[in-house]
Design a protein. Structure first.
Length: 466
C-alpha cells in the first residue's frame, strides 16, 4: 500500500516546511515538494489532501500504566482500550511500565506485562522496568533486559513498603546502568517524610482527598530530586525524573544541568493545567488524586519556563485511570486509600497544542519535540519514531490546528467514567492518525485493530544523551 499526503505543512522538531510525504508499506520513503505527479509517487493507491493541516510524527507517551495493579484494584484501561484512546488523541506509541513483584525476577514481571500487551495493543508499545528489589540477581538481569530492548529502569524514593528503594539500592542500580548503557528513571518524592505528614493529617481528622495534595509537600519532591541527581552524578550516569510537578524539583534539575550533569525530566499535562484547587470540593477531589499531587497554580509558570528552556525535555501523561464511581471510592474516609492516578493519554497532544502553541507559550516545533521527537531520542527510538523523514516508521498524524472540540467523558475513548478536563474547549485535533502506514483513526472513526501494535525493541539512549 502506497499513500501520498499532499499540500500539508510537515512539522518536525527542527523544521517546518510545506512538503508532500510518500509512504510505502510501513515506512516513510520520501518527503519533499512536488511529489504528486512525480515518478516516485506513481502508483500510489491513496492520496490524502492535507491542505491547511500539519503533518506531524505520531506522538509518543513514555509514561503510561495500562492495567496497573494499585491499592487493591487495577488501572481501568487495558492495552487495547488505552492504546485505542491514545490513537484518537494522536499518540501512536506508548512506553508502559512492567513491574517486578518483590521476590520475583525482572523477567517474570516483564513476561506478565508482555502477555497483557501482545495481541491486544492497537499501537506500538515498549516497556520500562520497575525494579522493586535490587540484588545481585536483578542487577545481572538488568544487563539482559537492555539487550532485549528494555533499556530503562524505574526506581522510587516514594511508597515505603511497596516500591521504595533505599539510597544504596538506587546507587547500585545506577552503577549497573553505567556499565550497560541504560537509563535510570526516578519517582522522586520523599515517601518516608510524606507518610509522617499524611499520618498526622489523618489523625487530625483531615481525611478528604484534598489532604493527599497537602501531605506531599513540594519540598519533599525537591529534596528527593536533588538526592537522586547527586547519586547519579556520583555514578556518572544520566538520570530522568518522571512526572516532575513542582518548582522545587525543577530548580534542582536546572541547577544540575547548569553544572553539567546528565539530569533530565518530564512533566505531565495535569501539572500544567490543573492545580491543588481541583482537589477541593469534598470527595470529588479523588478524581484528581495522583502522585506527585497537583500543586498550587503558581507552579504552572515555572514548569512552562522549564519546557521553554529545555530543563524539562518531555511531557508524558502518567496515564493511570480509575473509575470515580467505584474504584476511587476505596478512599472514602481516608485519602491514603484513594487509588493514585488519573486519565490523560488521549488528551495530552491537544492540551499542549491548545495551551502551549495556541496559548503562545511554545512554538509548534517545540510542541512536536516534547510530545514526540524528544521521547524518541531519549528512549532509544531515534530515526524510527518521532520524525517525519525517509526511513522512519509511517506513524503520522494529520493534525488540524483549527479543529475545535470540548473534552468530556461522554465523548472520550478512555475506559474511565470521568475526565479531569470536563467541559474544557481545545483548539487543535487529529484528523487522520496512521500507525506504520495504516490509517487507524479517520475523522473520529476507529479504523484500527486490536493486536496491530508491535513491541518496540529499543536501543539504549546513552549515545544521544552525552
Ligand atoms: Zn507513573
Amino acid at each position: 500500500m502506497r499513500t501520498l499526503i499532499t499540500n500539508g505543512t510537515v512539522v518536525n522538531a527542527d523544521l517546518s516546511a510545506a512538503a508532500d510525504v510518500l509512504i510505502d508499506g510501513e515506512k516513510i520513503v520520501a518527503v519533499g515538494r512536488g511529489l504528486a505527479g512525480s515518478d516516485l509517487a506513481a502508483g500510489a493507491e491513496r492520496t490524502v489532501d492535507a491542505s491547511g493541516k500539519y503533518v506531524i510524527p505520531g506522538a509518543i507517551d513514555v509514561h503510561t500504566h495500562m492495567e496497573l495493579p494499585f491499592g487493591g484494584t487495577f488501572a481501568k484501561d487495558t492495552f487495547e482500550t488505552g492504546t485505542r484512546a491514545a490513537a484518537f488523541g494522536g499518540t501512536t506509541s506508548i512506553i508502559d511500565f512492567a513491574v517486578q513483584s518483590k521476590g520475583a525476577t525482572l523477567h517474570a514481571g516483564l513476561d506478565t506485562w508482555m502477555a497483557k500487551a501482545q495481541g491486544n495493543a492497537c499501537t506500538d508499545y515498549g516497556f520500562h522496568m520497575i525494579i522493586s528489589d535490587v540484588n545481585d540477581a536483578t542487577l545481572a538481569e538488568m544487563d539482559q533486559l537492555v539487550a532485549e530492548g528494555i533499556t530503562d529502569f524505574k526506581l522510587f524514593t516514594a511508597y515505603p513498603g511497596v516500591f521504595l528503594s533505599d539510597d544504596g539500592s538506587i546507587f547500585r542500580a545506577m552503577q549497573q546502568t553505567e556499565k550497560n548503557g541504560g537509563l535510570i528513571m526516578m519517582h522522586a518524592e520523599n515517601g518516608l517524610a510524606i507518610d509522617i505528614v499524611a499520618g498526622q493529617l489523618a489523625a487530625a481528622g483531615k481525611t478528604d482527598p484534598y489532604y493527599h495534595g497537602v501531605a506531599r509537600y513540594p519540598i519533599f519532591e525537591g529534596e528527593a530530586s536533588n538526592r537522586v541527581i547527586r547519586l547519579a552524578e556520583a555514578a556518572h550516569v544520566p538520570v530522568y525524573i518522571v512526572h516532575l510537578s513542582s518548582r522545587d524539583a525543577l530548580e534542582e534539575v536546572r541547577a544540575a544541568r547548569d553544572r553539567g550533569s546528565m539530569a533530565f525530566a518530564e512533566t505531565c499535562p495535569q501539572y500544567l493545567f490543573l492545580s491543588l484547587d481541583d482537589m477541593g470540593n469534598g470527595f470529588n477531589g479523588a478524581k484528581f488524586v495522583c502522585s506527585p499531587p497537583l500543586r498550587p497554580k503558581d507552579h504552572w509558570e515555572s514548569l512552562w519556563q522549564g519546557l521553554v528552556k529545555d530543563d524539562l525535555q518531555v511531557v508524558s501523561t502518567d496515564h493511570c485511570p480509575f473509575d470515580f464511581e467505584t474504584q476511587k471510592q476505596l478512599g472514602v474516609g481516608d485519602f491514603r486509600k484513594v487509588p493514585n492516578g488519573l486519565p490523560g493519554v488521549e488528551d495530552r497532544v491537544d492540551l499542549l497544542h491548545d495551551g502551549g502553541v495556541v496559548g503562545g507559550r511554545i512554538t509548534r516545533e517545540r510542541w512536536v519535540e516534547i510530545v514526540s521527537a524528544a521521547p524518541a531520542r531519549m528512549f532509544g527510538l531515534s530515526g524510527v519514531k518521532g520524525v517525519v523523514a525517509p526511513g522512519a516508521d509511517a506513524d503520522i498524524v494529520i493534525y488540524d490546528p483549527a479543529r475545535r472540540h470540548t473534552i468530556s467523558a461522554r465523548t472520550h475513548h478512555m475506559d474511565v467514567d470521568y475526565s479531569c478536563y470536563e467541559g474544557r474547549p481545545v483548539v487543535g485535533g487529529s484528523d487522520i492518525v496512521m500507525s506504520r502506514g495504516r490509517v487507524i483513526v479517520e475523522d473520529g472513526d476507529w479504523k484500527g485493530e486490536k493486536g496491530w501494535g508491535k513491541f518496540m525493541k529499543r536501543r539504549t539512549a546513552r549515545e544521544y544523551l552525552v
